[in-house]
Design a protein around this ligand. Sequence first.
Ligand code: CO8
Length: 258
Amino acid sequence: DADYATILVEVRDRTGLIRLNRPKALNALNTELMTEVVAAAKAFDADPGIGAIVLAGSPRAFAAGADIKEMAGKGFSEMVAEQFFGEWDSLSRLRTPTIAAVTGYALGGGCELAMLCDMIVAGESAKFGQPEINLGVIPGIGGSQRLTRAIGKAKAMDLILTGRSIGAAEADALGLVSRVVADEEAEATAFEMAAQIAAKSSIATAVAKEAVNLVFETGLAEGVRAERALFYSTFATEDQTEGMAAFVEKRDPHFTHR
Ligand code: CO8
């Protein structure tokens, strides 16, 4: 895409693709790339023609972390003044479902970026880890929180304190990823999942992910109450009427995302 320097953006049917495109730096995440990914993701999120977003890297690396060369010379005041990398978190507020297709390295900020997505599809070469400890720092894009919620304290402490990385099979066993496939299939699988999701009512998919994400912010009773309210709210949509009518009439639903 001519508008962006560090990413490539593409639309396939109702799926938006954002590809991290600094392959020589193993897609290290710098401020420019963050700004572009966030802008592209927000644009897809605002586009009623887009029902799902795939975030991908290159065969060798989804992303090998925050750009160490950009960070190396910074001091505390500068980090605070810039709110360095704070914008990444806006990806957690997208309503459109997001899928990370990961082959190769997803380290540090790369692992955190994958975890900011709703789902991760891993190719067999995927390597996940939070090696920040080796640099004298810690995860800073939600890794200590999202990794712990994803795989539990015992395993998160192991990865974050030792800095070791894990392969796709271990990530699968730990529940960090939704599916593991051959490397060559990773993007295709993410696109298939995205196409399935994008064919649903986009109101229902947004509400569904909101409901799942409530788990990380509420207690059980409150979450169940909120889920019921969200469920009731879907009965205000034309897509609910259409979806249920289609079932009763034994035909495919035609969702209009209203
Ligand atoms: N930053 C900058 N450049 C990088 C990075 C990175 N994270 N990773 C790789 N590169 C560059 C290398 O410098 C090299 O560039 P050049 O050719 O100009 O020397 C090029 O990519 C290729 O890398 P390597 O030659 O090192 O390739 P190898 O196959 O030998 O090794 C590794 C691959 C193991 C992935 C290795 O590159 C590596 O260890 N990278 C760093 C991994 C890392 O430590 N990531 C964590 C970074 S810290 C972080 O993510 C913090 C996030 C929180 C910030 C939040 C702020 C609020």
